[in-house]
Write a protein that binds this ligand. Structure first.
Ligand code: AMP
Length: 555
């Protein structure tokens, strides 16, 4: 049995190291030390995940609940805790301080009640099961229990885990290499396992117990969503045909991505973030029951909200459907969705991801009614592609996808086998990390938002600019509500926001700038969409910004 204190010590050590190789070795050593039962938990905890990404368990603990729990444990008022957060600039450190200065600290830390890693996990699991009336208070009590058992160093990481934000620079890349190093298996196989199962804990325990052979056996599993294959921006129709030869052309539908798992009568729909959204989408479930004519299958596609004249409704309307928990059937009538399936990844016991698209397509057409299958044409004629492109735009969709007919399905990869062609300027998906309260009639609202891109090496978010344009008054109110619970720190009009929400932002140009941590700034940024379907890990990386900057200079 390993104590949570040991985990906290490893995190604390890592926090003081800057080289990723050394961090990897520290993580790897710890993975080797813990028991089989603890290994999956630790593999997730170290990245700030309490549950596997695919699981529909959620902690639902925002900063406010966390502060209340610490306030009750330390007997300090919430206001004082917020001040401590301002002073230290970090939730974990502030909460550690609060416990140390609070009244209760003398009665804490009895040796016999030391927290184990498993106990922390089980307590978090219990928190995730609480819902409905009185659940907020019960969640606070459970957190309070954990805090009252913990030593100050443990408090730092318990509180960061509670908001699933470890801030120690350990992301999937480091965990992948650490698993490989700890159990002597190739890191490519570890990566493949993670992309297929979305469960770094399962991959770690498989690597430990079954080694390379076990990892090879890890495959596509029903009811375990795999990462979606992604698209790159295509250079143009002629260039793409020159490169691919024949291309499979499909409309790029203006909708939201869905991955469907059908296991006999059991249907589960996952969103792009791989969250289970089945209960919000009864009309899609019904359509799948009618139109998917096989027992056990995983399908990939786009759900579109169809409005007047068969044109797609705005993206925000679709997301309203995906987020809906109550009045689901009324909203389903208001915003009906239809399916456009474009891929099949698994069929009756067989993984299909390694066979070419053209073969997958044959199977897709065989098991689904054509009313739910996206049209596809294979051609090497640029004029044909252009006419499909114009047709898609005229129908209100985004453009076309050009796919390599001979390519496998690569989970989680933004490779060259799927290229998107769209007329509008590319947008960036950036994470909101801060903001400013407005002025004049906008004082009650957060009027501008500080945006950041992702640094995949350090797993940190690098600021790249602010956006205040493109936000309607109505949206301003909704956004303020959305962000209020994510405020970590307030200083005058400035707020620090927990990185969680992704904004899709349009801009005129990317410029070099010493004013922001990324080294770049956006000229005339404008909010296009709040991408609640994307998670912070989906935000654009600093590499993409650099690529766009170089490409723009070459124009
Ligand atoms: P983007 O979000 O701009 O990177 O574009 C990729 C997204 O386009 C995918 O994640 C899908 O949600 C969407 N999409 C729409 N139509 C298709 C299609 N025919 N094939 C693949 N993706 C599509």
């Amino acid at each position: 049995m390993t104590y949570f204190e040991d985990f906290a010590k490893v995190c604390s050590a890592i926090e003081h190291i800057s080289g990723s190789l050394e961090i990897t070795t520290n993580v790897s050593n710890f993975l080797k030390e813990v028991s089989d039962e603890e290994l999956p938990i630790v593999t997730r905890f170290i990245m700030g995940h309490v549950f596997p990404v695919w699981s529909n368990k959620e902690l639902g603990l925002g900063p406010n609940l966390l502060y209340s729990a610490i306030s009750r444990t330390s007997s300090l008022p919430v206001k004082r805790i917020e001040e401590l957060i301002k002073e230290t600039g970090d939730v974990g450190l502030a909460l550690e301080k609060a416990i140390l200065c609070g009244k209760t600290h003398l009665s804490l830390f009895s040796e016999s009640e030391q927290l184990s890693i498993k106990e922390v996990y089980l307590r978090f699991e219990r928190i995730s099961e609480l819902s409905g009336k009185g659940s907020q208070d019960a969640k606070i009590k459970n957190l309070q229990y954990l805090f009252s058992q913990a030593k100050p160093t443990e408090i730092v990481y318990l509180s960061r885990l509670a908001i699933e934000e470890m801030r120690i620079g350990v992301g999937e890349g480091i965990v992948r290499n650490a698993i490989a190093e700890a159990f002597g298996v190739p890191s490519e196989l570890v990566e493949r396992g993670i992309l297929l199962t979305n469960d770094s804990g399962l991959v770690a325990i498989t690597a430990k117990k079954e080694g390379k052979e076990g990892l090879i056996k890890l495959g596509v599993m029903i009811n375990r969503p795999l990462r979606m294959m992604l698209a790159q921006i295509g250079a143009g129709i002629n260039e793409t045909i020159k490169e691919m030869g024949h291309v499979a052309v499909e409309w790029k539908y203006d909708g939201a991505r869905v991955q469907i798992h059908k296991n006999e009568n059991d249907i589960t729909i996952y969103s792009r973030k791989l969250e289970d959204v089945t209960s919000s989408l009864p009309d899609l479930v019904k359509s799948i029951r009618t139109n998917v004519l096989t027992n056990c299958v995983i399908l990939d596609g786009e759900a579109v909200a169809i409005g007047k004249n068969n044109r797609p409704k705005p993206f925000q309307e679709i997301l309203r459907r995906f987020r809906r928990k109550y009045d689901v059937s009324t909203t389903a009538i208001e915003i009906p969705l239809c399916l456009n399936l474009f891929d099949i990844l698994y069929l009756n016991g067989d993984s299909l991801i390694d066979i070419p698209l053209i073969k997958r397509r044959e199977k897709l057409e065989k098991v689904c009614d054509k009313s739910v299958v996206a049209k596809q044409i294979i051609t090497d004629d640029p004029a044909v592609v252009e006419s499909i492109y114009n047709e898609a735009l005229a129908a209100g969709h985004e453009g076309v996808m050009l796919k390599n007919p001979g390519s496998p399905y690569s989970p989680g990869k933004r490779g060259k086998n799927w290229l998107k062609l769209k007329p509008i300027m590319e947008t960036l998906d950036l994470v909101v990390i801060g903001g400013e309260w407005g002025e004049g009639r906008r004082t009650k609202f957060i009027g501008s938002y500080l945006l950041a891109c992702r640094d995949p090496d350090t797993e940190k978010f690098l600021p790249i600019g602010r956006v205040a344009t493109g936000i309607t008054d109505e949206q301003l109110e909704d956004l303020t509500k959305l962000f209020k619970d994510l405020i970590i720190l307030e200083n005058g009009i400035h707020v620090d926001i927990e990185p969680k929400i992704v904004f899709e932002v349009a801009f005129e140009e990317i410029q070099k700038s010493p004013n922001y941590g990324s080294g770049y700034a956006l000229r005339f940024p404008r909010l296009v969409n709040v991408r609640t379907d994307k998670s912070k890990e989906d935000a654009d990386s600093i590499e993409r910004i650099e690529q766009l900057y170089i490409r723009q200079k070459g124009r």
